[in-house]
Design a protein around this ligand. Sequence first.
Ligand code: COA
Length: 260
Amino acid sequence: MSTYETITLEQKDGVATLTLNRPDKLNALNELLLIEVRGAVLTLAQEHKVRVLILTGAGKAFAAGADIGAMSEMPPATAKAFADAGHAVGDALESGPFPSIAAVNGFALGGGCELALACDFIHASEKAKFGQPEVKLGVIPGFGGTQRLARRVGLGRARELCYTGDTIGAEEALRIGLVNAVHAPDDLLPRVRDVAARIASKGPLAVAQCKRVTGRGADLPLERASELEAQAFALLFGTSDQREGMKAFLEKREPSFKGQ
Ligand code: COA
C-alpha cells in the first residue's frame, strides 16, 4: 500500500476515492500533488481492481488552483514543465480503463476546475464554486482548461469564463452543463458513491469501451467516430462478459461480470 503526502486513497467494492489533501492550502496543486495523483491513477489502472474512481477534496475546497506560491517565480521553461505535469494527470485520468467522477465539494478554481474537467463527469455540492481565474494573475489556464472547458460547455461560455476570470456557483454550473448534478453538501459523496456503484456493477470492459469511444469519438468526424464505435461493439462480442450479460438476461437473473 503506497503512502502519500498530499492525497489519500481508499478502495471499497471496486470504487476508489482519491481525496486531494492539502486543506490548509485549499488543496492547491503543487508538483508533488500532481505526481501523486497521476501515480495513484496509473497504479489503479495497472491493478485492474477498481471499476470507478471518485476524486474529491478535503476541507472547504476541491482545489483552489495550481499553487500560486510555487508558480510565482517560475521561468518559462519550468512553467512549461509544470503545465506538462498537469496535462499528464488529465491524460492519465482520460486514458484509464475506468471512469472517474469529480465530486466537487467547494472551490474548483483554475487547475481545480481543470482537474474536475479531466474526469468523465462532475457532481457538485451546493457550496461548489467554479472558475478559470488565471487571467487575474496574468496567465491562462495551463492544465487543459482552454480546451476541455470549451468541449464541455461550448466555446462562447468557455471564452467568457476564461476572459473574465469570473467564478460561478453550482446552479449556474448545472445550467451550462459543466456539472451533471448538484447535491446538498452532506449528500454529495453518498450520492456520487451511488452513481459509482451503479457503474461498477456493469460490465467493466463495456464501460471502458463506452469511455474510450465517447472520448475519442468526440474529436473525430462522425463517419470515423461511428466506425470506432462499430469496432468496439464487435470487440466486446469476443468477451465472456458479453456472453454472461446476455445469458443472464435470457435466464432472468443478475449477471456476474468478470471483466474478461
Ligand atoms: N495557490 C497557493 N495557495 C493557495 C491557493 C493557490 N491557488 N489558493 C488558496 N491558497 C492558500 C492561501 O494562500 C491561504 O494560505 P495561508 O493560510 O498560508 O495564507 C490558504 O490557501 C487559504 O486561502 P484563503 O485565501 O485564506 O481562503 P479564502 O476562503 O479567504 O479564499 C479563495 C478562498 C479560493 C477565494 C482564494 O484562496 C483564492 O482566490 N485563491 C486563488 C484562486 C486562483 O487564482 N486559482 C488559480 C490559480 S492559477
